[in-house]
Design a protein around this ligand. Sequence first.
Ligand code: NAD
Length: 397
Amino acid sequence: MRVCVVGLGKAGLPLAAVIADSGIEVIGVDISQNRVDEINNGINPLPEEPGLSELIKKHGGKGLKATSDYSTCPGKPGEITTFIIIVPLFIDYNKKPDFSILKKAFESVSKVINDGDIVVLETTVPPGTTEKILKPVLDNSNKKYHLAYSPERIMTGYSISRYKEFPKVIGGFDKKSGEKAKELYSMFCKNVQLVSNIRTAEMIKVCEGVYRDVNIALANELFKVCESKGLDYYEIRHYANHEYCNLHLPGNVGGHCIPVYPWFMINEFNVPLIKLAREINDSMIDYYIAKIIKIAGNKKNVGIIGLSYREGVKEKAYSMSITLIKKLKEKGFNVFGLDPMYNRTEVYNEFGIDIIKDIANMDAIILMNNESAFRDDLLKIKDKVVDVKNTLRKLLG
Ligand SMILES: NC(=O)c1ccc[n+]([C@@H]2O[C@H](COP(=O)([O-])OP(=O)(O)OC[C@H]3O[C@@H](n4cnc5c(N)ncnc54)[C@H](O)[C@@H]3O)[C@@H](O)[C@H]2O)c1
């Protein structure tokens, strides 16, 4: 068995490392030469991912060889290679999926693929994408390959453990493709489930994301009602949740999963509930801005703690902190930021703001995610803090 993982990012690198750790020879392909070099030198480019550093140290440059050269992917003549592709799919300003990164990766694979090889896509895509948009790219190779789709279901921060805990769903283009992919994944995943076809497997992941977005929107709406009535949503949620009720936590929705996948449905179908949920979640930022203005009055220095879309993850894709910075600047505020994942230069270069030097000097602070690193300083000025995730109260116990 020989596996090429294409895209060594937050999702692809843990996968490549887990496969290598099961004893399978892995070639990791990434267009970033810097990333390739780090991995081959045993350096983990994602130190925030628990367990990954040990695996990269053990297998980097050995069982897991990274490269930016696709021509090194095929094995010896007659050897079967499985290509697992896990590069990002973004939506553009019109919320339409931009398939260019995926198409490029498939084009590169189509140039090195051989008869009998297996191609599995893991990137979350609108149902139908693998067969309608990406298979034609591979068909240019004129090779007889097997094709399957298996949604990546990790969560940054838990990536390694999820391969052991979560069922791994696979849909094949045909029976043989599904079986071949299942055989491979069973070597490093505990619970592999073959579903009817590729479109079913694609839809499973989209449904997961939509479910979470809609439920967070419901939580946000109920949270606002509770606040307006002087009621504690968190207490209510605690007692309401039982067998028939699973009220979610309110807050912003960011990252390149949940705010993106509902658009795959909204773009193609009449789904008013899903569309409204997206609008409700996006509008939460204005709700928090109104709170900031109430605290700061006409004073101007606002600090944002938590610039990544989630604590403990260095990821600014669709982070609502970016929207917040833009909106606060438009309102004339001086905006400062702090996030343990980013140093002073990165805060300036990536978010266009200066770092918070002294939390106590801010006129208002918004704690955007569950970041707990600044707990003591924030507790001293807690009346000046908009606590989006109820973090300070949780820390107090
Ligand atoms: N990170 C997560 O927690 C998460 C969760 C669920 C799903 N996903 C899925 O995984 C996909 C990828 O996300 P990610 O977090 O790994 O992204 P990422 O930005 O961290 O990494 C993507 C990697 O792909 C590489 N790449 C881009 N084009 C390439 C090409 N043509 N050939 C080879 N490498 C190429 C980039 O250099 C980068 O290293 C997402 O679109 C999503 O569908 C991620």
